[in-house]
Design a binder for this molecule. Sequence first.
Ligand code: EPZ
Length: 425
Amino acid sequence: MDKLVIEGGKPLSGTIVIQGAKNAALPILAASLLAKGTTTIDSVPHLLDIDVMLNILRELGCRAEHTGNTVVLDTTSAHTSHVPESLMKQMRSSIFLMGPLLSRFGEAQVYQPGGCAIGERKIDLHLQGLQSLGAEIVEVGNRIVCRASKLTGADIHLSFPSVGATENIMMAAVLAEGRTTLSNAAREPEIQDLQRFLNAMGAKIMGAGTDTITIDGVDQLTPCRYKVIPDRIVTGTVMVAAAATRGQVTLQETQPAHLSSLIHVMRRAGVQIVVDGDIIKVGSSARPKAVERIVTSPYPAFPTDLQSQIMVLLSLADGVSILKETIFEGRLKHVDELSRMGADIRVDLNAAFIRGVPRLYGATVEATDLRAGAALVIAGLAAQGRTVVEQVHHIDRGYDRIETMLTRLGARISRSSPVPQAPNH
Ligand code: EPZ
């Protein structure tokens, strides 16, 4: 398994262009199944999760090429609605293939995605939404068979604004007969991007970005070319790394409006942030201030996907901060690893009490999930001495060659891959 080796203590500086959004590209690639023909998606980063999605689409009979940051996807020959269990296990968010498969084939066969390091990852809201549209769902062991001879628009209310359930229901409703109204929908920018993509294919969707989305079913969709939005979580990760290393970094091709809650928190911590169009400039030359209380909540509140990263900045602050995680029940596993680097953090249920320390110290630490791994990289960049981050494959799920990106900003970071063992003769 690859490791990242980081020599800390050097402020980041320079300019970086932000990659396209993983969590926009994934549902958009799945939604491409809704139209027969060749769809082209631009600004798709090279990530393990993207590779898994493309392999699933190939397994379903599509032709998919990922050249540069462009994916060309020909769905003409898609011929099965069965997503192999082995591929579902690699990426649980492939559950939102159910909507497109149900719309295209009248059937979808997937598998319980199962829990992961950050939580149980239930899918009850997905299944309830599809049933409201007329799907029949049978669970045989961990296999889920979903069938619908016809999908009919319905009024659906989500008990929680689930991102994936909102996306699945949108994709199942676009070709249904009649109007679907989805209330208490997720409002994330990735939902808005999915609406723009589906409407570019001929769908009639309104309201994404608000808590009520209206979908008027159409007879068919046609392929298109589309560019996904910048990745707000990668943007936020680099912003926090710049502040934690007391550097000066300019981020280009961003959408600052998607990061209002992070910008607000970082300014409260005393970080200089200047926004100019799609450019964000981040600078810090002093120890950050503590931020009394941050609570992760659905967009536009503070995102759970930036919780572990901001915790690193707060662990270096002058004072005590409280960080409460309300989205995933298992998303504080990075605290133990940060504590091994000298952080002073106490966890009580889903709240972390962070008493800032003057500095962190390099150590060998383990990434437990995608964003926790990114946080440990930030901690290594800020720490005094050498940090080795293990289980880097978690990080590669969401960051396109993170060491290359950070080296461009002056970081002393390299990837070490295990020497392949000579076969025992
Ligand atoms: C999406 O996951 C993102 N993934 C996650 O990003 C992100 O953390 C999450 O939204 C919240 O913003 C993708 O977009 C691919 P949810 P998703 O459904 O759709 C519960 C990353 O790091 N829930 O909004 O799975 C669930 O258990 C990843 O890039 C149900 O109870 O998130 C969780 O506690 C991690 N029943 C909460 O809702 C359901 O049917 C949020 O889940 C669905 C969800």
